[in-house]
Design a binder for this molecule. Sequence first.
Ligand code: COA
Ligand code: ZN
Length: 302
Amino acid sequence: METITLREVGLRDGLQAEDRVLSTDEKLELLRALAPTGLTRLEVTSFVHPKAIPQLADAEAFLARAEKPAGQIWSALVPNERGAARAAQAPVIDEWTFFLSASEAHNQANVRMSVEDSLQAAAQVAAAAQVANRAISGVVATSFVCPYAGPTPVEDVVRVARRLYGLGYHRLLLGDTIGAASPSMVRRLVQALQDALPEAELGLHFHNTRGQAPANALAGAGEGVRLFDGSIGGMGGCPYAPGATGNVATEDLCWLFEAEGYATALDLKALAGAARSAERLVGRRLSGSVMRTFEEGTACGD
Ligand code: COA
Ligand code: ZN
């Protein structure tokens, strides 16, 4: 049976987009709720500018108190040298995630840098990670569609991915930042990257804005991708934009992949329990579907 790794990014990508700012204690509670799920890879915070993402401004305080269960690998976002210096002081962070956008317009909006300047920062972060003896991975945001520039040319993604790979980012995740990809786009891009960088470990990071993330994930798995990001309960998105949703729910991906004959080594019931904890903590109904089937009264008797 083929094994798929689901990387939980709710504590980072989910919480950074939630309107309600969780206290450090509440984040620790969510982390504890995730412990019995079997998840081995978790992105737990960001070393970005605290004013840019106030939801994660307590990164250091959170990590100082967080207990890492045996067997978990933790990553955090590291956008620049300043972030790398902070991450180097956090021994529990095993892997640094660098992110940039394939689209110039989105990169400017997100990190106030040109793509070329971001690639310079990527080189600095990679060098700092080597000194600090940490693993690195790269996320290429807006790999499919940019909210400002429209569909992203495959060549642009391949060009940025090649540069990152050359800097030592051998694990590369393609982000569908605004949830606008479709399965054929996924197949086309994954194939192009497999041709360009056959040795890279590719991952996919889907938002479920248009409800197509599960279809896209299945298309990616069909092309051989074995690493997928998800957020417990589907946390994230903007609660004030009607219909907007965040990352695809981790437990929904787990259910789908298991049903389709892949092994995830995750406990679906424990994932649903963690999703319910997330829902209580963020204080709004989350978009995950599979978690509902574990609620009392969902089994229809007639
Ligand atoms: N952590 C904390 N502080 C940081 C920092 C970091 N990673 N990077 C820069 N700073 C501080 C600098 O020390 C400087 O402080 P000072 O004014 O007191 O000297 C100030 O921020 C400005 O530094 P500069 O290099 O000009 O950075 P910037 O203001 O252009 O910010 C980013 C660049 C990338 C750090 C910022 O845009 C950012 O954090 N964006 C977050 C984007 C994000 O997380 N998006 C969601 C994930 S996809
Ligand atoms: Zn995301």
